[in-house]
Design a protein around this ligand. Structure first.
Ligand SMILES: [Zn+2]
Length: 205
C-alpha cells in the first residue's frame, strides 16, 4: 500500500451513534436479516457481547468444550445457506468475569490444543469432502466478522452449487453497501420498540 492511500473503510463517513462504537456500527452493517440486526444492536446497546452473553445462541450450541463452544448459525443468521453444505462457528468460551479474547496471542496454549478435539467433533467420521477452517481475530474492520472482537473460527464446507469465498475485506462498493444497509436498518430501528414492530416496518419498506 502506498503511504498516501487510506484503507477503504476510513474513507467513508460512518455515522456516530450514541452507545455504539464504530466497530459495532460496521458489523451491524453486515447483518443479513432484520432479526440478526435487532438482536445484535440490542446486545451492543446493552453493553454486552453475543458470544459472551449467549442468550441469542444458546438454543443452537451443539457442544461446550472447556475453551470453545460450537454452533451452527440459524438460517436467518446465515447468508450462505445456499452455497454451503456445512458451516460451523467455533467461538472462544469466555470465563465468567473475564474479557473475551480478540487477538491470537490471547489464546492459551491449552485452548489451541483443544482445537484437535473440536475439529474431530465437527467432522467425526471424516466424511466432509473438503472445506476451509479459518479464524477471525482482532479488528472487525479487517476480518469480515459480525461479532466484533471475540475471536472465533469458521468451518465451511461448500455444497458445490455456487461460488464460496471467505469474506475478510470488501471492495469500495461492498463497504458502501454495508454503510447504506446500516443507515437503512438504523432508521427503522430507532422508530421501533419491539422486534416484531421492527421487522414489520422493515418489511413494509
Ligand atoms: Zn465476547
Amino acid at each position: 500500500m502506498s503511504p498516501t492511500k487510506k484503507p477503504i473503510h476510513e474513507t467513508l463517513d460512518w455515522p456516530k451513534v450514541k452507545g455504539l462504537t464504530e466497530q459495532q456500527v460496521v458489523t451491524l452493517g453486515r447483518c443479513g436479516t432484520p432479526q440478526q440486526f435487532w438482536s445484535m444492536a440490542t446486545t451492543f446497546l446493552a453493553g454486552t457481547c453475543p458470544f459472551c452473553q449467549r442468550e441469542h445462541f444458546d438454543g443452537d450450541v451443539a457442544k461446550e468444550f472447556k475453551y470453545w463452544f460450537v454452533f451452527q448459525p440459524y438460517g436467518t443468521y446465515n447468508r450462505h445457506s445456499g452455497s454451503l453444505m456445512t458451516r460451523w462457528v467455533v467461538a472462544y468460551r469466555t470465563r465468567t468475569g473475564a474479557r473475551h479474547p480478540s487477538r491470537l496471542s490471547e489464546i492459551p496454549e491449552k485452548a489451541w490444543a483443544e482445537m484437535e478435539e473440536v475439529v474431530n467433533f465437527l467432522d467425526p467420521n471424516q466424511t466432509d469432502p473438503g472445506g476451509a477452517l479459518y479464524v477471525r481475530f482482532g479488528d472487525p474492520r479487517y476480518n469480515g466478522c459480525t461479532v466484533p472482537n471475540h475471536l472465533h473460527w469458521v468451518y465451511d464446507v461448500p455444497n458445490g452449487l455456487e461460488k464460496v469465498r471467505p469474506a475478510i475485506y470488501k471492495d469500495e462498493a461492498g463497504w458502501k453497501k454495508d454503510l447504506e444497509r446500516f443507515k437503512a436498518y438504523w432508521r427503522v430501528f430507532e422508530q421501533s420498540k419491539t422486534i416484531d414492530e421492527f421487522i414489520e416496518k422493515w418489511e413494509a419498506g
